[in-house]
Design a protein around this ligand. Structure first.
Ligand SMILES: Cc1cc2nc3c(=O)[nH]c(=O)nc-3n(C[C@H](O)[C@H](O)[C@H](O)COP(=O)(O)O)c2cc1C
Length: 170
């Protein structure tokens, strides 16, 4: 599979098969792809919380009340370590979210390559999630990624702005 084919094959999965676990080797592979992601000044200001335990899952799911997420066999929460991330010196811009986003997309693309569905979720109650995970003050839950096999495979058209619209040659 070329990289373009992989990119085209990844899409947001919102229907998971609750009876099919993600194999440990596949999860390890996906997490290794996240661990190796680049980050500003290589500071790696992140942690990856792998949540499989049903009790913790229930609490995490209460941060994002959608029926479909309950069926995913596991959720990865990526946190940003704001006391570790690179701040640009001239304006103080914190690059933690950018670093986390790269790692998150490594997870989603690696999962797609392994035949595992995923979905970025940022529209969740981050403060409740931080409480559930017992995060310290400088650690922020940025994105939740459910992982699992899709219930019914769907081929989705990519709905994107055209190249002419988004590429500016200056
Ligand atoms: C930063 C970010 C946040 C997102 N948050 C959510 C979310 O909270 N819930 C959700 O269902 N999808 C979420 N998505 C998924 C987008 O809706 C989806 O990627 C977009 O519609 C393109 O569709 P595709 O992923 O199937 O190509 C998010 C995606 C990104 C990149």
């Amino acid at each position: 599979m070329t990289f373009l084919e992989l990119v085209k094959s990844r899409y947001s999965v919102r229907s998971y098969n609750p009876d099919k676990e993600v194999e440990q080797e596949k999860l390890d592979y996906i997490l290794e792809c996240a661990r190796l992601a680049p980050s500003a000044v290589n500071l790696q200001p992140w942690n990856f919380y792998v949540i499989r335990d049903p009790g913790v899952r229930e609490k995490i799911n209460s941060c994002y009340k959608r029926e479909w997420i309950l069926d995913a066999p596991l959720v990865v929460v990526i946190t940003a370590l704001h006391d570790k991330s690179w701040k640009r010196s001239y304006d103080g811009k914190d690059h933690a979210d950018i670093d986390v986003a790269i790692a998150a997309e490594h997870i989603c693309l690696a999962a797609a390559e392994q035949g595992i569905g995923s979905c970025w979720v940022c529209n969740f109650q981050a403060d409740t999630c931080a409480e559930v995970l017992g995060l310290p003050e400088n650690e922020e839950a940025v994105v939740m990624i459910p992982l699992g096999y899709e219930r019914d495979h769907t081929v989705k058209e990519k709905n994107r702005r055209t190249a002419e619209e988004v590429i500016r040659i200056v």
